[in-house]
Design a binder for this molecule. Structure first.
Ligand SMILES: NC(=O)c1ccc[n+]([C@@H]2O[C@H](COP(=O)([O-])OP(=O)(O)OC[C@H]3O[C@@H](n4cnc5c(N)ncnc54)[C@H](O)[C@@H]3O)[C@@H](O)[C@H]2O)c1
Length: 364
């Protein structure tokens, strides 16, 4: 027996979680694609207070400010940082520019949210984190996939004990990604794990904790223009025998594309899809089918509300706001993100040295 009714505790987990105060003035530094189709639609849907934008490409900032009816068009980063109306700086520049922007925002004493990847070099990410700690500035990273419906629903089912002990986890995605649409990503020597799989790796850490060993193999399409790897297989091993497989291919030409998410516990199994991958960035909603081993009344199969892009994008910002109010730590804090960058770097080291790598080997 399977119903289409999502259990109440899962529905509650899918509801937006906003802190009491959400009217912090937000300014964007970098007004490119993701700010326009990810950040702004989601922030607006949650009533956030969007002040304005700055971009080294003035036209990009101008277009963003006009399109979304923002209040201020800034001509320089200094102008953003000296505006008392700006209480949180939302940084969405290319990763190579992150250090230049982040160091100035920290020096100006403003809290900030940085797009992923936080840095392409672990050592630089560690330096930025230390800099923020020393200055007492709260800094978070935009790993918003944690707030997607599939991850939130999985977390709720795990917490409620419906899955039992987790035995096996698989994220298997085979899609067509036109990397040439993002020339700066196509030019990156490290591509798939650092820019795409990083979302899964971050959320898998969130759900299951740190792996003991990372093993990863990378490949390319023989005719691709992009410099870095576009097909990867990464496995994680845990001390209790649990394994995770993340197998991603970005050059699938076939009509049989897939974006599957499967969690096998000893009491229940989740078979889901990550909808956004089907037609990025428009995509579909996530789906989830839960099957219980011994309690068939728990079985359900549903299309989950919302879409990863843009609906999950409010999450890291709301969590940063909450941290400001409670003097706590954002869920995707810079400190936490170092763990994600460690498993990313472990995947690349595994590939280059043809061996399994412990994330603890990655040090600044
Ligand atoms: N799901 C996600 O979380 C997601 C999706 C796409 C991109 N991203 C990340 O977001 C960031 C931006 O990606 P995008 O797709 O919007 O790229 P984009 O090229 O469309 O936009 C980047 C913008 O940053 C501006 N910029 C560069 N250096 C700057 C600086 N020093 N100061 C101000 N502006 C500067 C550029 O002029 C450009 O307009 C990247 O780090 C990328 O990895 C995340």
């Amino acid at each position: 027996m399977t119903t289409e009714t999502i259990p109440q505790f899962v529905q509650s987990a899918l509801e937006r979680k906003l802190p009491p105060k959400t009217d912090y003035g937000i300014a964007f530094v970098g007004c490119g694609g993701i700010v326009n189709y990810g950040h702004i639609p989601s922030y607006k849907a949650n009533g956030f207070n969007l002040i304005g934008g700055y971009d080294i490409n003035h036209e990009a900032a101008e277009k963003t400010v006009q399109t979304h009816g923002l209040k201020k068009l800034y001509k320089s980063l200094d102008e953003v940082l000296s505006d008392p109306a700006v209480e949180i700086v939302d940084v969405a520049v290319v990763p190579e520019e992150q250090w230049n922007v982040v160091s100035k925002v920290i020096a100006a004493g403003k809290p900030l949210l940085c797009q992923k990847p936080f840095s392409i070099a672990y050592a630089k990410a560690a330096r930025m984190t230390t800099l923020a700690q020393q200055a007492g500035i709260k800094m978070a990273v935009h790993q918003q996939f944690r707030w997607s419906s599939i991850i939130q629903a999985t977390r709720a089912l795990m917490k409620e004990g419906w899955l039992g002990n987790i035995l096996d986890v698989q994220v298997q995605v085979s899609i067509h990604t036109p990397w040439d649409m993002w020339p700066w990503i196509a030019a990156q020597p490290r591509l798939e794990v650092l820019f795409h799989s990083i979302h899964y790796l971050d959320s898998l850490r969130f759900l299951f904790g740190e792996p003991a060993l990372v093993t990863s193999r990378h490949s390319k399409h023989p005719a691709q223009k992009a410099k870095g790897e576009t097909k990867t297989i990464t496995t994680w091993d845990y001390p209790n025998g649990m394994q995770i497989l993340v197998a991603i291919c970005h050059f699938d030409w076939s009509p049989a594309l897939y974006s599957n998410f499967r969690i096998l516990g000893d009491d229940g199994v989740i078979e889901g899809t990550i909808g956004t991958n089907y037609d990025y960035p428009d995509g579909r909603s996530d789906t989830l089918a839960f099957t219980s081993r011994n309690h068939p009344k728990q079985n359900f199969s549903a299309t989950l509300p919302g879409k990863w892009i843009p609906d999950a994008f409010y999450g890291p910002m709301a969590s940063l706001m909450e941290a400001l109010q409670t003097n706590g730590s954002p869920i995707t804090s810079a400190e936490d993100n170092l763990g994600t960058l460690r498993v990313v770097d472990a995947a690349y080291r595994s590939m280059s040295e043809a061996r399994s790598v412990s994330p603890s080997e990655i040090t600044a």
